[in-house]
Design a protein around this ligand. Structure first.
Ligand SMILES: [Zn+2]
Length: 572
């Protein structure tokens, strides 16, 4: 038996959406544990992919079934005393299409191997061969080496990190930066405006590589799945990224800035998280939670840099950049959890509820808080070094120091590098903002001022938000309460999340709640709503304050020359 692990994927049962998978694995022990990953890098929560496994069976080297039993939700114990290898066969239900899933339809076989490929610890380091049983008219988009339906990976971790799309709809163009070849693949119904997209992609790729000096790999694939329905999702890999975006008709219109934003973000991950990675995830352990408090680095700095590189490369104007920055600012200020739970604690807890709204006021976002703190960190370094260095210098040094030597990073590695580059202490920054819940207003104002920018605010334009402290979603003719600001009239008056508001002062709503609020204004006496199947009413108290204030960053009118210079250098 050769020392390889062999994977076969069959796309024959397309209408049932079951991918047939066969894995041949050498064995040397009497008992072998076969694992399926329980999570995928990029999404730091359990994915429990084994829920999609059907008809699991195991055969020996004489092609006879052998006994096995499940010993955990995604581990099978197989009796392997009398065989040199096992053939593990199962069907994987592939009905979900997002940037990290596996999907089978008439048009494509799209696989994220980390979802659906079993492995053993004894053979995890062995080379993998992949055979794809797909129609001859299809193309294959992937970073895996090989030709068409025969592919290979150096080991299981590379396979797990190498999604592939097989489809007849694939379109591709390439560009070259230094010695790295970039492939831009589109799958699905889409008229691609190559003349627009290629120069933009090339521009942000050049700029990111310039700041890091080198790109970690020789070939990189943007695997872009276009959907006819609303979609926005990206997942990073060492040599590729999968992006889902839709609807089709809006891609080169309103969604184009999202396409650029998510693509630049995912490319930055090639260094930040695929190379510079928390020590707790080096290597990834697919069997259980890989807790880390460093989400403000791997997602926060990436969120900040993804958009900043669009500005630095001239793909975004300053106005366009600030529009995106304002979105993060607003998310931060609209989340009262910022007073309760730090970004480090929230990072640890992504494994618990990191990708759902969760309990109101409980946690913050590693993307939003991390992005704003990355901005402040960048500006603190720029100020301390008279614009000589920024956060990009810190990331470059981390890249050359840690992954290159086969190591992950800790908080103190990051903090020490920040302090070495800037020459100033980050003690209070870490205790107050990374591990603390101090308000951001003063540090943001200070950083913005250095660039000749200012933080402005005005009352929210919606009456429900600004005056009553509640966020609403239309639900037919009525409105569903989704969030309340602490200390606002909605909360003090006894409303709660989930209430369905149906009338104001007895007048039944017809999808026009804001108009009724504005009309009655100070005479709002009665809010009628449905809760637990029963109609109820409350009166809201008056509170002389504004809630959900709208924040925005704007350039100040008369910048001084130091500010002009700092802004120019930050944008370079
Ligand atoms: Zn990310």
């Amino acid at each position: 038996m050769e020392s390889i692990v062999h994977y076969t994927f069959s796309a024959e049962e397309r209408n049932k959406q079951y991918v047939q998978i066969k894995v041949t694995i050498p064995v040397s022990k009497d008992i072998t544990l076969v694992h399926l990953p329980s999570w995928r890098p990029g999404r730091y929560e359990l994915g429990n992919f084994a829920k999609n496994i059907n008809r699991f069976r195991v055969y020996n080297d004489a092609n006879k079934p052998i006994p096995f039993q499940k010993v955990s939700k995604d581990t099978w114990e197989v009796v392997t005393s009398a065989t040199d290898f096992i053939s593990v066969q199962y069907n994987y239900y592939a009905s979900e299409l997002n940037a990290g899933s596996t999907f089978l339809s008439d048009n494509q076989l799209y696989v994220n191997p980390v979802n659906c490929c079993v492995y053993t610890e004894e053979t995890q380091h062995l080379p993998c061969e992949v055979d794809l049983s797909i129609p001859e008219t299809w193309k294959v988009a992937t970073s895996l080496n090989g030709e068409f339906s025969k592919r290979r990976a150096a080991h299981f971790d590379e396979l797990a990190d190498s999604p592939f799309i097989c489809s007849h709809q694939l379109q591709v163009e390439t560009y070259l930066v230094n010695d790295t070849k970039f492939y831009v693949w589109f799958n699905g119904e889409i008229k691609v405006d190559w003349d627009r997209i290629l120069p933009d992609f090339e521009a942000f790729s050049i700029k990111q590589i310039e700041k890091f000096i080198e790109f970690p790999v020789k070939e990189y694939h943007f695997l872009i799945q276009i959907l006819p329905t609303k979609a926005y999702h990206g997942v990073e890999h060492c040599k590729s990224t999968v992006i889902t975006l839709g609807p089709t008709h809006d891609i080169f219109k309103g969604l184009y800035k999202e396409l650029l934003g998510v693509s630049s973000h995912e490319l930055y991950h090639s260094w930040n998280v695929k190379a510079i990675r928390p020590a707790a995830m080096w290597p990834y352990d697919f069997k259980k939670e890989n807790y880390s408090e460093l989400g403000y680095i791997y997602e926060g700095i990436t969120t900040y840099m993804g958009d900043l590189f669009l500005l630095k490369s001239g793909v975004f104007t300053l106005d366009q950049y600030l529009t995106e920055f304002n979105v993060q600012l607003q998310k931060h200020f609209d989340n009262p959890a910022r007073f309760n739970y730090s970004v480090a604690q929230s990072s640890f807890d992504t494994w618990l509820d990191g990708y759902v709204p969760g309990a109101p006021g409980r946690k913050v976002s590693i993307y939003t808080e991390g992005c704003l703190l990355a901005f402040v960190t960048d500006l603190k370094i720029r100020e301390a070094t008279s614009n000589k260095y920024g956060l990009d210098e810190v990331m470059k040094r981390l890249y050359f120091e840690f992954p290159m030597q086969g190591k992950g990073i800790s908080e103190s590695d990051y903090k020490t590098t920040l302090e070495n580059v800037s020459g100033i202490s980050f003690d209070s920054f870490f205790s107050d903002f990374i591990h603390g819940t101090n308000p951001y207003e003063s540090i943001l104002t200070e950083s913005l001022e250095f660039l000749g920018l200012e933080l402005t605010h005005k009352p929210a334009s919606l009456y429900s938000e600004g005056r009553l402290g509640m966020k609403l979603l239309p639900l037919g003719k009525s409105f569903y309460l989704t969030a309340m600001y602490p200390g606002g009239p909605a909360e003090l008056g006894g409303l709660r999340i989930g209430d369905e508001i149906i009338a104001i002062n007895g007048y039944v709503l017809n999808n026009d709640i804001e108009s009724w609020f504005a009309y009655f204004d100070e005479d709002i006496k009665e809010i009628t709503f449905i809760r637990e199947g029963k109609i109820r009413s409350v009166q809201l108290p008056e509170v002389q304050r504004f809630f959900y204030v709208t924040y925005a960053v704007k350039p100040i009118e008369n910048k001084n020359s130091a500010q002009e210079k700092a802004l120019k250098l930050w944008m370079e």
